[in-house]
Write a protein that binds this ligand. Structure first.
Ligand code: 0CN
Ligand code: SF4
Length: 315
């Protein structure tokens, strides 16, 4: 006899408007210009998405120098340092920027504060492409990076009265609030966004996890190990009281032995994880348990971003 199991499906989960747009950009570029179309960095942090686009003719590289001059190149959703489009223009390449508009907004803010004579502090994860891209809107060394409350105590600024901050869009809402509070305590005149620059999708997915985690025996986040927003969902689940929270890329990653005896499992997905993979995970549970699915909705999303005009025009 199969045992009963309730699956709490988080809503919202999975694709956000920026990811949806970035994937469309690659697909539309392939139909406009034919293969190969080069993509600098994984368009979004998901192997399934990348493999699918590769099969359609996209070529993924890490650096612009790995692209030929005579093929189009697309910059990933995470954004790029200013030097990247500048170099593409110098080489007279066709390039399309798939940076999420919510990341571009942060780029513009950082540049604006700097023009106003404020030194920039970025709250983000060292080495993450979005942080590299945002810091790269200003000359090397201009933006100071803080990753933790601890870092705030040690950061060396030019003038404590003339500072501004921006953040990565995919951070933990709660951790970031603490870092912002530490910055404001040490530098009372620091200028910044109303709260931080975390995007609606990151915020909503964390909220949904908070609603599910306390009542689930286990929680699975469908997402990739290099996906910042997905990893944050695992942390949020554990902190909200779900001791067994794991990231899985696909159903094959599920550790069924660890789930023996559970009665309820929460399921969510990072902003770069396609719904087919969530379906795959739910189906895997159906083959092993007598499953009841309950959707737990904490917000409604209706954000959509247009693709760049060059792709809306015929070739
Ligand atoms: O997983 P992603 O591709 O990126 P991070 O969460 O690592 O930043 O999701 C899309 C988010 C963006 C930009
Ligand atoms: Fe844009 Fe947020 Fe999605 Fe990143 S997670 S692509 S910032 S909407």
């Amino acid at each position: 006899m199969t045992s009963a199991l309730t699956l709490y499906l988080a809503a919202p989960r999975g694709f956000c408007a920026g990811v949806d747009r970035a994937i469309k950009i690659v697909e539309m570029a392939l139909s406009k210009w034919g293969a190969p179309v080069y993509v600098r960095h994984e368009i979004v942090h998901n192997k399934y998405v990348v493999d699918d686009l590769r099969a359609k003719g996209a070529v993924f590289v890490e650096e612009l120098e790995d692209c030929p001059d005579d093929r189009p190149v697309i910059f990933s959703a995470h954004g790029v340092p200013k030097a990247v489009p500048a170099e593409a223009a110098r080489r007279e390449m066709i390039y399309v920027d798939a940076t999420c508009p919510l990341v571009s907004k942060v780029h513009i803010e950082a540049a604006r504060h700097s023009e106003n004579g404020l030194q920039m502090i970025m709250i983000g994860h060292a080495g993450h492409p979005e942080t590299v891209g945002t810091m790269g809107q200003l000359p090397d060394g201009e933006v100071l990076l803080v990753e933790t409350v601890e870092d705030v105590a040690h950061v060396q600024v030019r003038d404590p009265e003339r500072l501004a901050f921006v953040t990565q869009t995919t951070l933990s809402v709660d951790d970031t609030a603490e870092i912002v509070a530490a910055l404001q305590a040490r530098f009372p005149s620091i200028v910044g966004p109303h709260k931080e620059d975390i995007c609606y999708a990151t915020t909503n997915r964390q909220e949904a996890v908070k609603a599910i985690a306390p009542r689930a025996d286990a929680l699975l986040v469908v997402g990739a190990p290099n996906s910042s927003n997905s990893k944050r969902l695992v942390e949020v689940a554990r902190r909200a009281g779900c001791d067994y929270a794991q990231l899985v890329q696909r159903a094959a990653d599920i550790d069924w032995r660890a789930l023996e005896g559970v009665h309820s499992v929460g399921i969510t997905a990072g902003a770069s994880a396609p719904e087919v993979l969530i379906d795959e995970v739910v189906d895997a549970f159906r083959t092993r348990f007598d499953v009841t699915v309950e959707t737990v909705e904490t917000a409604e999303e209706n954000v959509e971003f247009k693709v760049p005009r060059v792709l809306r025009q015929p070739a």
